[in-house]
Ligand binder design. Sequence first.
Ligand code: BG6
Length: 320
Amino acid sequence: MVERPNKPSSLVATPGLPPQPTVSFSDDNSLVTATLPTGESITVLLYGATVISWKDSSSSEKFWLSSAAKLDGTKPVRGGIPLIFPVFGPPPPDHAQTSSLPQHGFARTSRWEFLGKSTSESSGNQQTGDLSVKLDFGLSSAANGLDPKAKEAWPYKFNLIYSVTLNRKDLTTSLVVTNDDERPFDCQVLMHTYLKVNDITKVSISGLDNSSYIDKVDAASTKTQSGEIQIEGETDRVYTADGPVTVAEGGKTLYTVTRDNLSNVVVWNPWIEKAKGMGDFEPKDGYKEMLCVEPGSVGGWQTLEKGDAFEGAQTISLGV
Ligand code: BG6
């Protein structure tokens, strides 16, 4: 062994640089977790690029995830944020382009690729490492992970980039859809967020007053919202509205959802009977602890010509 009297000692950290966000993978590479130096974290399942967990710095979970949710790629995830593309709900039989697709399309049943992470400084407290981390995921018509049902039923060339950005007090998810085909295609986009609440009977949703909505539990009739929304039974409504949507419980604001280029918001709670009928919805009284507030563009179709792109995003802020 060569003696080196002036051997350099290892560098533990670069002095002056705050700690950085970390990104790690599960052993089977199915999950990506990003953690901020201050403790907030997100976990994304590559199947569906489904965000399945968002925790604040005290490890308090913000998303509802069914205890019977399948995370093995055999079924869309019941919880977190399943991503809906290119059709919302059961495909309309009179829309030839999507009519052979499964309910809510194939983005949530395809395995996405992790494209990488980037970090940036949010508003400046250098000492506590007040940083954000962005994870990018991709899915294209050429991807190995594309749900095999999609190729036949929706034979267009497309590219999707989904970005999930974690800040200390908010989470942004943003989708860019690009048409790489020679032909135009129609699509819909929706972020099916399952927010966690403590007691649905104490929840009120504001920001949708005077907005028109389609009431899916009342023969898809069109109605106008009056005042705040309370959940008192099965609720399945497609609102068309601008502006932030706020979810409060017992008068305290839990979440504020803002949207970019997504003109619809679905408000969904299955309540007792519907929850019983879903095999992957557990516990059965879990409907008391969840509320879906789902920003999307689902009122009509986004028609993308060759080379066109569509981008939509949501930001969920804690409190505010
Ligand atoms: C909501 C729809 O977005 O998703 C509901 O408005 C639907 O009608 C719900 O029941 C859940 O859908 P799925 O396919 O995940 O069971």
